[in-house]
Design a binder for this molecule. Structure first.
Ligand SMILES: Nc1nc(=O)c2c([nH]1)NC[C@@H]1CN(c3ccc(C(=O)N[C@@H](CCC(=O)O)C(=O)O)cc3)C=[N+]21
Length: 285
C-alpha cells in the first residue's frame, strides 16, 4: 500500500474532544447545546444513523431529543413539530432525517426549519450563505471532507479538484468549499463524457455518487488525494464506498476508508454545527 490513510474515526475523536470542552464551557454558563432529531417511518438504516447521532450528543455533553413518528404522519403534522422546535429555547439544532416518506415534501420541511437551527445546512439560506461566503451552516458531509484535507495540511490553492456527483447535499457544496480554498474545481456527473480523462488530471478526487467502483486505480494520478463519500453494500453485504479501495490505495497518496472515513466525520460536523449554533445563541443572549 502506497497511500496513507486519512482516519475519520481518529480525526473524529480529536474533534469531538474539542466539542466536549466547548460544550462544557457553555453548560457552565447555563446554555446546554441541544439537538432535536426527527425520524419519520421505520427505515432500518435511518434508525442506526439516528441512534449514532443521539449517542454522539450524549458523548460530547450535549442535550438531544429523538422524536420518532410513524410513516403515516402527515406533512402538516411534521411542519407543526418543526415549528414548535424552532421556538424551543433548549434546542439549537434541528435535523429531520432523510429520506422522508413519499407523501411528504422534504424540501418544504427543510425550508420550515429556522436557518439559525439548520445544522444539516440543507436550507436554501444555508446554501446561499455557503455560495456567497456569508456565515451559515455548512452541510456536514462536505464540511467533514474539508476537515480531513485540513488534517493532512493539504494546501488546495491552485490544485485541481474533481468532484464526482452533483447532489445538493454533497457534490455541489463540496465544489463550493474547495473553490473557497482556491482550488480549480471540476464537477463530474452521469452525463460527463470521459470521467477518466478528468480524474487523471486531479490532485484531489471526491467520489460522491453512491455506486461501487466509480473510481478505479487506472483513473487516479499517482499521489492524488482520494476522498470516498460513498456508502454502499458489496456482494457479501459489507459496507463499501464508491472507490475501489484495494486498487486505488496502490496509486493514491492519501485515501479515506469506508467505513471509518467520511461517515464518522459527518456526525462529528453535526456536533460542531450544533455547538456553534448554541455558542451563537449564548453570545446573543
Ligand atoms: N437530514 C439528514 N442528515 C444526514 O446527515 C443524513 C440523513 N439525513 N440521511 C442519511 C444520511 C447518511 N448519513 C450517515 C452518517 C454517518 C454514517 C456513518 O457513521 N457511517 C459509519 C458506518 C456505519 C455503519 O456501520 O453502518 C462509517 O462510515 O464508518 C453513515 C451515514 C447521514 N445522513
Amino acid at each position: 500500500m502506497t497511500a496513507a490513510l486519512i482516519d475519520g474515526n481518529a480525526l473524529s475523536r480529536q474533534l469531538r474532544e474539542e466539542v466536549t470542552h466547548r460544550a462544557a464551557a457553555l453548560r457552565a454558563r447555563g446554555h446546554t447545546p441541544g439537538l432535536a432529531v426527527i425520524l419519520v417511518g421505520d427505515n432500518p438504516a435511518s434508525q442506526v444513523y439516528v441512534r449514532n447521532k443521539v449517542k454522539a450528543c450524549h458523548d460530547t455533553g450535549m442535550h438531544s431529543v429523538l422524536e420518532q413518528y410513524p410513516a403515516t404522519m402527515t406533512e402538516a403534522e411534521l411542519l407543526s413539530r418543526v415549528e414548535a422546535l424552532n421556538h424551543d429555547d433548549s434546542i439549537h439544532g434541528i435535523l429531520v432525517q432523510l429520506p422522508l416518506p413519499d407523501h411528504i415534501d422534504a424540501q418544504k420541511v427543510i425550508e420550515a426549519i429556522s436557518p439559525e437551527k439548520d445544522v444539516d445546512g440543507f436550507h436554501i439560506a444555508s446554501a446561499g450563505a455557503l455560495m456567497t461566503g456569508m456565515p451559515g451552516f455548512w452541510p456536514c458531509t462536505p464540511y467533514g471532507c474539508m476537515k480531513m484535507l485540513e488534517s493532512i495540511n493539504y494546501d488546495l490553492r491552485g490544485k485541481h479538484a474533481v468532484v464526482i456527483g452533483r447532489s445538493n447535499i454533497v457534490g455541489k457544496p463540496m465544489a463550493l468549499m474547495l473553490l473557497q480554498k482556491n482550488a480549480t474545481v471540476t464537477i463530474c456527473h452521469s452525463a460527463t463524457r470521459d470521467l477518466k480523462a478528468q480524474t487523471l488530471q486531479a490532485d484531489v478526487i471526491v467520489a460522491a455518487v453512491g455506486k461501487r467502483n466509480v473510481l478505479t486505480a487506472d483513473m487516479v494520478k499517482p499521489g492524488a488525494v482520494v476522498i470516498d463519500v460513498g456508502m454502499n453494500r458489496n456482494d457479501e453485504g459489507k459496507l463499501c464506498g464508491d472507490v475501489d479501495f484495494a486498487g486505488v490505495k496502490e496509486v493514491a497518496g492519501w485515501i479515506t476508508p469506508v467505513p471509518g472515513g467520511v461517515g464518522p466525520m459527518t456526525i462529528t460536523m453535526l456536533m460542531v454545527n450544533t455547538l456553534e449554533s448554541a455558542e451563537r445563541r449564548a453570545a446573543a443572549a
